[in-house]
Design a protein around this ligand. Structure first.
Ligand SMILES: C[S@@+](CC[C@H](N)C(=O)[O-])C[C@H]1O[C@@H](n2cnc3c(N)ncnc32)[C@H](O)[C@@H]1O
Length: 257
């Protein structure tokens, strides 16, 4: 007897007007990790039929763009392209549409499953690698990334690749993923981007965010500098005290604003 795959989330999606049960995975992931915020521009790679696009639009209401090999039925306020996410011309189309950098790149892309475990795993890793390199091209410094991967031998190496590019990386299996599914989601925050600054250098900067410790953080050419004793919006002259591969510490030498 064929098992009925239509579970609670399938019926709930029908009721709530979502195109796919996968919408709940993104809702659950976002509730836990706060990847997409109001006003964010979001790129969805492998987006058909559009369940994640619907959720991204609700969460952000900013610029939302989706790409898939399949045609995506229109969603108001969302732009879609039919194309291969691994091709440069697709990335160029997205860049042109955004007219700037994206805040978040998400990918739920899956290969057509053959049933041969190793083969499907390898193709899923391929898609996730290509989502990662696209994310690097499209995201602003400290932007966020989410990718689905089918677990297997190559998963840890993929995770290492993501960890080299983002400062905070978690692996998550949302409740809406079927228990028997091999899929997991790699949730990555704060893309590390930009030229490292060096001790002794002096910059005029504005504090644009706060770190976990509550200290101010400024981006210098996309590189994060943490400055003790500063608050959001402060404008200060800083001297770099110590520089790590992915961030630096600075000290205030003059307050400008
Ligand atoms: C599980 S579905 C995505 C579901 C979607 N998140 C939603 O909520 O509606 C995976 C999608 O990845 C797409 N895909 C696979 N390889 C792709 C590629 N190279 N370029 C673009 N899309 C691809 C498939 O066409 C499929 O529609």
């Amino acid at each position: 007897m064929v098992k009925d795959q239509r579970d609670h989330y399938y019926w709930k999606a029908k009721e709530d007007g979502y195109r796919a049960r996968s919408s709940y995975k993104l809702l659950q992931i976002n509730k836990k990790f706060n990847l997409i915020k109001k006003g964010d521009s979001v790129v969805d790679l492998g987006a058909a039929p559009g369940g994640w696009l619907q959720v991204a639009k609700e969460l952000s209401a900013g610029k939302i763009v989706g790409v898939d090999l399949q045609r995506i039925e229109p969603i108001s306020g969302v732009t879609t392209f039919q194309g291969d996410m691994t091709r440069d011309e697709t990335i160029d189309n997205i860049k042109e549409f955004l007219g700037g950098e994206a805040d978040v790149v998400i990918s739920d892309a899956s290969p057509n499953l053959s049933g041969a475990w190793d083969y499907d795993h390898a193709r899923s890793i391929d898609l996730a690698e290509s989502a990662l390199s696209t994310a690097e091209k499209l995201l602003k410094p400290r932007g966020n990334f989410l990718a689905k991967v089918f677990q297997g031998d190559m998963f840890n190496r993929y995770l290492e690749h993501v960890r080299k590019k983002f400062s905070r990386v978690k692996v998550h299996h949302p409740p809406a993923s079927r228990k028997e599914s091999a899929e997991v989601y790699v949730v990555a925050k704060d893309l590390l981007k930009g030229r490292p600054v060096k001790p002794g250098e002096i910059y005029d900067i504005k504090i644009t965010s706060l770190g976990k410790s509550g200290d101010g953080v400024a981006l210098i050419d996309g590189f994060a500098v943490i400055i003790k004793g500063t608050r959001l919006g402060d404008e200060v002259k800083v001297r770099i005290k110590d520089s790590k591969p992915h961030f630096a510490f600075g000290e205030v030498i003059e307050r400008n604003g």
